[in-house]
Design a protein around this ligand. Sequence first.
Ligand SMILES: [Zn+2]
Ligand SMILES: [Zn+2]
Ligand SMILES: [Zn+2]
Length: 291
Amino acid sequence: MLIGQFWGTGAAEGIPAPFCRCSGCEYARKMGGKEVRLRSCFRLTDSIMIDLGADAVVQSIKYGEITGVNHVVVTHTHDDHLNPHMLMESMWAQEKEEYRYRGTLHYYLTDQAFEIVEHWRNNPWILKGKVREFEEKGYIAFHKQEFGQRFEIEGIGFTPLRGNHRGNVGEDAAMYLIELSDGRKLFYGLDSSTYYPETLKALKEHHIDIYISENAVGALKNAEPHPSHMRLCDVRELAEALFNQGTIDGNSLLYLTHINHRSTHKENEEGVKELNFPVKTIVAYDGLKIF
Ligand SMILES: [Zn+2]
Ligand SMILES: [Zn+2]
Ligand SMILES: [Zn+2]
């Protein structure tokens, strides 16, 4: 069953950020609501999550349990997106007879990102050194994917495309072109600076109905270009390029997520209006359901 809910729309620090008293964080503390952002995570269907990161336990308390989730499609290995503790939580749910209600939890990592699985397997400090044992018992399974190669989970197609953003093992982040079971195409584009030409070229072959883009630096005024993330003005340029090559059109929706603490939800909404995006553009917020 398709769900399509943003479980987190913040960048790595969350909003308000724990160690910060900047005007954006103080505003979020005062206003609450859409100004507060947990770390990025997306509930695609009842059984598939995109990322299960630093705030996964809190998100499950807020938005519902994930006993039905058997697949986690990972964008990259940064801690805000990938949290090995969740493997431990899933293991407990299978080890104990009274909680045993589910099958293997499958994790999908692309290209070099898979190296982190080898680190986990060989590290006695991660998950009490039990990663191999969990794999052997069938509690968890890791699947290595390749950029540009489509794979399928429960009738939904996923093609990872290269993001211009380096994860913890030096890998390029994966952005996913997703073919939904109802025929619509969704793009989940976190995290990336200005796109690689090969990624734009791959997108030229597709019409995307729902385009989700990172907007980490957001509407912060006078921000310098960022080596691994985008400002709202960079997303505007990307939208124009995608529009001109037919990837998005007047029927497409663009959602902005993975926003850092330096600009507020309100400022991002005002920025979207000012910049006059070529397609309908919505600043996402935690809990927003889009299917
Ligand atoms: Zn991130
Ligand atoms: Zn702040
Ligand atoms: Zn990242």
